[in-house]
Design a protein around this ligand. Structure first.
Ligand code: AMP
Length: 406
């Protein structure tokens, strides 16, 4: 955390009041770094993962800029693009919290739910629109809204947006925006394709960064269990006997795996539920609400479904499968260290996953502590501070895999 406080960032008083109400005492590093540039009207290219406070880093200065005038119906003045419904809903929830005293309104549009309520909300002239690309393009094609009044564009989780194959949709949407606007792009990682998109969308951007490796290493207690694939479920059930694992997010690689594991846990007497791409939005919302309220102790999720999940006090993240895209590891374990809190992340690694584990250790530049003996064929942990690995799989394969798993 930084020593700057929110007053020094010169945000409007109603925003400061909302921050007090949210008990956000001090800006997080990404907020301290990004907010002054955004307030100064600069385009910003930000490296920050979910959990760093990046949502407020862009919402607060945008709200500051929009305050004092109103939008027209179906013509928002700020557009925030997010790759998943969960993230869009999460940003909308934050916009409601930060905007409640400043007289600005926001709404979210995303697929998987009926259009009617979203169209009605657009006609009530929201100032800020948070959207996933698909549903937004549908509405644009149907001429249900216009983007020519947009003065602020945010592309959130740009790396995931590209992983999910949204790049063309993003370009089509941006073609509807005025050329003269402020644009912000946030991404957990900055591979070449994200930088190329940033080059298209941003003008002379300022770069701000919170390195994922820093976050991972600093606050999360990480451990790897070497275990055969067939023994993973038994190990999970055994670990769950410890009541300190009170709010546990378990990641699987496939949606089928998520479904099956949640059912098996239920059978073993552990309250659990699953969220994955096959599940309708209403079911996902219900599962998340039950997890948040503590009625469900274990939530099993796939990577894509888990984007944007913001549940405070996740005590443990368990990687039932090791992700095959190393960046996904950073996204996953970030769920247990929200804005300053620490957390625990355990990974189950079978013989076929040793190479994926090695990729993760290279990316985070940290050898993971082993809960039991590393198998002899396991590659030795990388040296601390070794250079991060180059991406092993070509980007395209990465997104196909990720998408298939959703
Ligand atoms: P984000 O990275 O935007 O998903 O934010 C993660 C979590 O941090 C959210 O629950 C926010 O409400 C919380 N948060 C954001 N900024 C701050 C802050 N300055 N102090 C404390 N919590 C914060």
């Amino acid at each position: 955390m930084t020593t700057v406080n929110f007053n020094e960032l010169r945000l409007a008083e109603p925003l400061l009041r909302a921050l007090r109400a949210e008990a956000h005492d001090k800006p997080t590093p990404i907020q301290a770094a990004a907010i002054p540039h955004i307030l100064a009207g600069k385009d910003v290219l930000g490296t920050a993962q979910t959990g760093t406070g990046k949502t407020a880093a862009f919402l607060l200065p945008i709200m500051h800029a929009l305050a004092g005038s109103r939008s027209r119906p179906n013509a928002p003045r700020a557009l925030i693009l997010a790759p998943t419904r969960e993230l869009a809903a999460q940003i909308a929830e934050r916009a409601g919290a930060y905007g409640r005293f400043i007289g600005l309104t926001s709404t979210a549009v995303f697929g998987g739910v009926k259009e009617g309520a979203q169209l009605a909300a657009l006609s009530r002239a929201p100032d800020i629109l948070i959207a996933t690309p698909g549903r937004l393009l549908d509405f644009l094609n149907q001429r249900r809204l216009r983007l020519d009044a947009v003065t602020h564009l945010v592309l959130d989780e740009a790396d995931r947006m590209l992983d999910m194959g949204f790049v063309r949709d993003v370009r089509r949407i941006v073609a509807h925006l005025p050329k003269s606007r402020q644009s912000l792009l946030f991404s957990a990682t900055m591979p070449k394709d994200v930088l190329a998109l940033a080059g298209e969308l941003l003008r002379d951007p300022v770069r701000v960064a919170v390195a994922p490796a820093e976050i991972v290493v600093a606050r999360i207690d990480q451990k790897v269990f070497f275990v055969e694939a067939a023994a993973k479920r038994g190990l999970l059930v055994k670990l769950l006997q410890d009541p300190r694992l009170s709010r546990v997010l378990v990641f699987t690689r496939t949606k089928h795996g998520a479904k099956r594991l949640a059912m098996q846990l239920e059978k073993a007497g552990v309250e659990s539920d699953a969220i994955h791409g096959d599940r309708p939005q209403s079911g996902r919302v219900k599962a998340l609400a039950a997890f948040r309220s503590g009625n469900v102790r274990v939530l099993v999720a796939t990577d894509v479904a888990a984007r944007g999940i913001d549940v405070p006090d996740v005590t443990h993240v368990i990687n039932f499968d090791i992700p095959n895209v190393p960046e996904a590891y950073v996204h996953r374990i970030g769920r247990t260290a929200r804005a300053g809190a620490g957390g625990v992340a355990w990974s189950f690694c079978d013989g076929a996953e040793l190479e994926n584990l090695r990729q993760i250790e290279r990316l985070t530049r940290t050898p993971l502590a082993a809960a039991n003996a590393r198998p002899s064929q396991a590659p030795a942990p990388v040296r601390e501070n070794a250079r991060p690995a180059r991406r092993r799989t070509p980007r395209k394969r990465g997104w196909r895999e990720t998408r298939a798993a959703a």
